[in-house]
Design a protein around this ligand. Structure first.
Ligand code: GLN
Length: 254
């Protein structure tokens, strides 16, 4: 009788240990979403806070909820995003990233487009520059490293159309350089430049027309991770169907 009891207790202990390790296993599968959080309203951190918020954050959280995934956002530099997938530091990129740019699609697998964008030129509120065609060889323009805007300013410099294309790690640094007069313009994505102007209309203005190659923002996973990408795409389609996607557009872009 005593022996039987011991066996039963042992069995309970073994089952318990299995259950615990299963829970631990689930914790380990929290997926890391890497981003670069100076791209308001897609992803940003308010002064004095360390919470990453924005459209991309809400959208990914809603997709994760829909698909039963556990995610956490991790803030790194823009040009480190794609390498983070290969080094397994990140499982998903969601960073207002244009999937049509250069050879990005050869380095990562992108999902369905969730937002479309173009580039714009921001100048100081009192500037005489009339648009991207009005820049001159004495000027400096800034944009973020590793982005389409960063490439654009460097191309302008190579062509001799401006004196220097300054590429900086953060969008906030680009705006600061404009405010300080270190550069005469900043090339940025239209929705992001507009969000900046909504709060800083006294220091800067948008001149000319939108330009550059039309952009399609998408999340991305490591090459070959179709299982995860399918889930994310299904989640996105569900958000669009349920009206949640439009609700988030309203929240962040109205
Ligand atoms: N649209 C740009 C790109 O994909 C900028 C993205 C960003 O700065 N987050 O290159």
């Amino acid at each position: 009788m005593k022996k039987k009891l011991t066996v039963i207790m042992l069995a309970i202990a073994v089952i318990g240990a299995f259950a615990l390790s299963a829970c631990g296993g689930e914790e380990a599968t929290t997926l890391k979403v890497v981003t670069e959080a100076t791209f308001k309203p897609f992803e940003f951190v308010e002064d004095g806070s360390d919470e990453i918020q924005g459209f991309d954050v809400d959208m990914m959280n809603a997709i994760a909820e829909d698909q039963g995934l556990s995610i956490e956002f991790v803030n790194i530099e823009f040009d480190a995003l794609i390498p983070a997938l290969d080094s397994n530091q990140g499982d998903i990129i969601c960073a207002g990233m244009n999937k049509l740019s250069g050879d990005r699609a050869e380095q990562a697998d992108f999902g369905d487009t969730y937002f479309e964008s173009d580039l714009m030129l921001l100048v100081k509120a009192d500037s005489d520059i009339t648009g991207i065609d009005g820049v001159t060889p004495d000027m400096k323009l800034a944009s973020q490293i590793g982005t389409t805007g960063g490439e654009y300013v460097q191309d302008l410099a190579k062509e001799g159309k401006i004196a220097d294309g300054v590429v900086l790690n953060q969008w906030t640094d680009c705006y600061l350089q404009l405010q300080n007069g270190d550069v005469q313009g900043v090339i940025v994505d239209l929705p992001v430049g507009n969000a900046y102007l909504a709060e800083n209309g006294d220091v800067a203005k948008y001149v000319g027309e939108k330009f550059g190659d039309h952009e399609e923002f998408a999340f991305a996973v490591k090459k070959g991770n179709t299982e995860l990408l399918d889930k994310l795409n299904t989640g996105l389609a569900n958000l669009k169907e349920s009206g949640k996607y439009d609700e988030l557009l309203q929240k962040w872009f109205s």
